[in-house]
Design a protein around this ligand. Structure first.
Ligand code: GRF
Length: 219
């Protein structure tokens, strides 16, 4: 068995994606271990999940630091100290800055609830409903300095109905987030991702496996 991939997770809230990753690990489907959860809000529910699964956690708040860079340097220290090799942004509501990206080049992943490059930033699901698109979804990507702009690793699509609300679409997308985030980490752990400029190549993936349409198309 190859060595487990050491993960560090950054979250700000509910932590359902963090939970999905932990569940995949515990089910033996993802050869990784979460070394540390860092939250930037002491009330983040993700902390309760960490406690339940005996995962070490820390709360670090930017206002406790002299600058944003100092905040991210502290995060880097804590992650490096525990041998983290891949940083997972699981609902971390801050733009990640250079100190973290320099310390973990192409080793920071984020999940976004829209099909990037459409609808970046906050409330991707509401943006999709308001625009009236017929398909939306979610995207796992490597993080760069921009807002949801880094190389796309994997995407999943869902239909959008004119009757959808932000809540109903969010729920539909979230189910797929919980599938593709662990999948992206698995691909990384298996050494199957190669970044060429803005393109991520995945070895051993056929085109038909790259798109999930839920529910399946009829006829
Ligand atoms: C998810 O919708 C994710 O796509 C976005 O923030 C939300 C986090 O949800 N980046 P959770 O905390 O993982 O439940």
């Amino acid at each position: 068995m190859p060595e487990k991939l050491a993960l560090g997770v950054l979250a700000s809230g509910r932590g359902s994606n963090f939970q999905a990753i932990v569940d995949e690990i515990e089910a033996g489907r993802l050869n990784a271990s979460v070394k540390l959860l860092i939250v930037d809000d002491p009330k983040a529910f993700a902390v309760e999940r960490a406690k339940k699964h005996s995962i070490e956690y820390l709360c670090l708040q930017p206002r406790e630091f002299s600058s944003k860079d100092a905040f991210f340097l502290k995060i880097v220290d804590e992650l490096k100290m525990r041998g983290v090799k891949l940083v997972i942004l699981a609902g971390f509501m801050r733009i990640v800055r250079r100190p973290l990206l320099d310390a973990f080049p192409h080793q920071v992943m984020n999940i976004h609830p829209a099909l990037l490059p459409s609808f970046p930033g906050l409330h991707g699901q509401k943006q999709a409903v308001d625009y009236g698109v017929k398909i939306s979804g979610c995207t796992v990507h490597f993080v760069d300095e921009g807002m949801d702009t880094g190389p796309v690793i994997i995407q999943a699509a869902v239909p959008v109905s004119p009757d959808d609300t932000e809540e109903s679409l969010s729920a539909r997308i979230l189910k797929l987030e919980h599938r593709i985030f662990p999948e992206a980490i698995r691909l990384y752990a298996e050494g199957r991702l190669r970044i060429e400029g803005s393109v991520v190549r995945i070895s051993g993936y056929g085109l038909d496996e790259g798109l999930i349409v839920n529910p399946p198309l009829r006829g």
